[in-house]
Write a protein that binds this ligand. Structure first.
Ligand SMILES: C[S@@+](CC[C@H](N)C(=O)[O-])C[C@H]1O[C@@H](n2cnc3c(N)ncnc32)[C@H](O)[C@@H]1O
Length: 272
């Protein structure tokens, strides 16, 4: 099926990307890497390659491309978790650790944060930021797949996933794993990109993300491909109400969400 280029999928197109339960952009053994339909195994390999290629410039590019606004989105999203001193928090797809550091500062020295990510280069690129944070919870790094989280059931008070679940091949499986490792009453926060609400703003955002972002990606990160994949994967991602339904199907309750910057980013909060 041909997919829309340089625009958002309409509702019926987006629904055709998702599985029979209407929840997951994976049909059988297939998955989408941006607008491209590939085998699930191939998507997993391409995601690792993608982050290998951007790890060294990841933080810089985030700040440049978002004009620094991503820091404000992350701060507001971590605040939504209402973290208490001494709690244990899992940062799934934690990458270079921005969310983990914000959480660690709120938990105090008796708390603990685990950055869980499949990509070693991304983990290594952020290790220096997680060292020597005064009066903060210690941050551990664990390399692993969000689809099979290597922690026992009910072991965390809160879990968060920032700009990561889009890359997980079986998104619903990823959320099911986060649900499993949370204690009863544990909170999940998922921060992801979404579709801007105002049509004129959306059109400007489309121009920016399909033309300027790949250009800057090539110029600074040396990869036009990586920064073409980014806007495509955002346009394939479920809308906020669809993601909320997915979280409920996985077993979360009291699912709510908050939009940032006209809906460019959305943070979902849910309870186990
Ligand atoms: C866009 S980065 C987000 C990093 C960080 N959370 C942030 O907000 O800046 C996405 C991260 O998800 C990781 N990732 C992708 N697929 C994964 C998987 N199946 N399991 C664990 N991590 C994964 C990537 O390696 C990458 O570090």
């Amino acid at each position: 099926m041909p997919l829309s280029r340089k625009t958002w999928l309409n509702d019926s197109q987006r629904r055709r990307q998702i599985d029979p339960a209407g929840l997951d952009p994976v049909a059988g053994d297939e998955a989408f890497f941006g607008f491209e339909r590939v085998q699930a195994r191939e998507k997993a390999a391409r995601v690792v390659k993608h982050f290998d290629s951007v790890a060294a410039v990841y933080d810089f590019m985030n700040t440049l491309l978002s004009f620094g606004i991503h820091h404000a989105w992350k701060r507001a999203s971590v605040r939504m978790l209402g973290l208490q001193g001494g709690e244990r928090v899992l940062d799934v797809c934690g990458g270079t650790g921005d969310l983990a550091i914000l959480a660690a500062r709120r938990l105090g020295p008796r708390g603990q944060v685990v950055i869980y990510d499949i990509n070693r280069a991304m983990i290594e690129a952020g290790i220096h930021k997680a060292r020597s944070l005064a009066r903060s919870a210690p941050i551990r790094h664990v390399q692993g797949d969000a689809e099979v989280i290597s922690f026992p059931d009910c072991s965390f008070d809160a879990a968060m996933v920032g700009f990561g679940i889009r890359n997980v091949v079986r998104m619903r499986q990823g959320f099911a794993e986060m649900h499993r490792v949370l204690k009863p009453g544990g909170r999940l926060m998922c921060l992801e990109f979404s579709r801007p609400v105002w049509p004129v703003f959306r059109a400007l955002y489309d121009l920016y993300s399909f033309y300027i972002m790949p250009f800057l990606g090539e110029l600074i990160a040396g990869s036009r491909k990586a920064y073409t994949h980014l806007p495509e994967s955002i346009r394939m991602f479920p809308l906020p109400h669809e993601l909320a339904d997915m979280l409920r199907q996985v077993g979360f309750s009291r699912v709510d969400y908050r939009s940032f910057t006209n809906g460019i980013a959305v943070a979902h909060l849910a309870l186990k």
